[in-house]
Write a protein of this length. Structure first.
Length: 391
């Protein structure tokens, strides 16, 4: 019988202790997976950003607007293939007050060409372009709030309060997404519809300009060239590749993500302590056995390997149980619920396979780490003293 097999058999002596330890490791692995999946899902938009898109915004802050005429200048910039623009509307459906979803005013003729990941049927797109008050919604948003083609939707906005008539739109299209990191719970409508209803002082302003470039390897240079166009104007711009732009947009959440990282490390430390405590208790209880093994010819390294094998077995069992629980919980329940109800933040919430592999490997590696001190102690047992204490 191998050391690993002997260790596994020995763990069956105290089934309650072993079971609770395995369960504790499984809970630690599950918690680690959930925390790391949250971080991964939260940053998925930036991590999978398009390499051929540049976002141009006000140099001071994202919340300040740019003159619409800047979009025409950006289109003429060297290396730019397509451009469009959008405004954050900040809409809320009074019929669903507790539901948050992103709302944008976009240039319908160009926006979906610049963001081809949003897929709308030809007939629906044609209906949208013909209807100035038309809107397009994500398929998950439509499912969640019961929106259907042709339905009237009235929104309220804290950024653009309605004056004479409420903001009423007709659902003309439902988009799907070809990329996992794309938000599928947004509503987009015509920028012209918003602009024409605004007071004269607030017209012809855009929140940001999005451009597709001809050479993705020159995105940074093209962005710098765009900014140079406006260096001598009253309003300067900051152009960034989409990855950098989304990272800067998420900077306000960096403290939360850092906290998740710290907590995940604490969870691993707790798992190590659980394993170390169980192994140390077993070593103390079997001092006489280890002394007897030494007396009949086992070497100190054999004793150490025997204890390390127990730790590996506990880590394997706990890690495997954690994964068995994590997959149906995240893939079948939690992930799907978050995508449908919090798609603006978690458009794709699934266990990343690298994180799964890391969690399983750590459950074994940290088990070995937890057993090093007990194994060293057991390997240095003096046979005569141990047998004398037992006697």
């Amino acid at each position: 019988m191998t050391f690993l097999g002997l260790a596994a058999k020995n763990l069956g002596r105290n089934k309650v202790r072993t079971g609770l330890t395995v369960l504790g490791v499984a809970v630690a692995v599950l918690t680690f997976l959930l925390l790391r999946t949250v971080v991964s899902a939260w940053t998925a938009g930036a991590d999978h950003a398009a390499k051929d898109r540049v976002v141009t915004r006000h140099k001071v802050t994202f919340v300040m607007t740019l003159p619409k005429r800047y979009a025409d200048d950006v289109r003429k910039a060297p290396g730019v293939k397509l451009s469009s623009w959008a405004n954050w509307f900040g809409g809320r459906d009074p019929a669903h007050e507790d539901e948050f979803f992103a709302t944008f005013a976009v240039d319908g003729k160009t926006y979906f060409a610049v963001v081809p990941e949003l897929v709308v049927g030809e007939a629906q797109m044609a209906a949208f372009l013909e209807d100035k008050s038309g809107c397009i919604v994500g398929d998950m948003l439509a499912k969640k709030l019961g929106y259907a083609l042709g339905q009237k939707v009235t929104l309220e906005s804290g950024i653009y309060p309605a004056t004479e008539t409420p903001w009423t739109f007709t659902v003309r299209g439902i988009y799907t997404a070809t990329a996992r990191n794309v938000d599928r719970v947004s509503l987009m409508f015509h920028w012209d519809y918003l602009n024409d209803a605004l007071p004269e002082a607030r017209r012809d302003e855009v929140g940001w300009i999005m451009s597709r470039v001809e050479d993705p390897t020159r995105t940074a240079d093209i962005g710098a060239g765009i900014d140079q166009l406006f260096d001598e104007r009253d309003i300067q711009t900051l152009s960034q590749d989409e990855h950098t732009f989304l990272k800067s947009f998420m900077a306000g959440f960096s403290a939360v993500l850092t906290a998740f990282d710290i907590i995940s490390v604490v969870i691993l430390a707790i798992m190590t302590l659980i394993l170390g405590n169980t192994i140390a208790m077993g070593v103390r209880e079997r001092t006489s056995e280890f002394a007897t093994m030494r007396a009949i010819g086992f070497l100190p390294k054999h004793i150490a390997v025997f204890i390390l094998s127990e730790a590996v077995t506990l880590g394997l069992l706990g890690g495997a149980l954690g994964l068995v629980i994590a997959f149906p919980l995240v893939e079948g329940l939690l992930g799907r619920w978050l995508e449908e109800n919090m798609g603006a933040i978690f458009p794709f919430f699934r266990l990343p396979l690298p994180v799964v592999g890391l969690a399983f490997a750590l459950s074994v590696a940290l088990g070995v780490l937890a057993s090093l001190l007990p194994a060293r102690t057991a390997a240095r047992i003096k046979v005569t003293e141990a047998l004398r204490r037992v006697a």
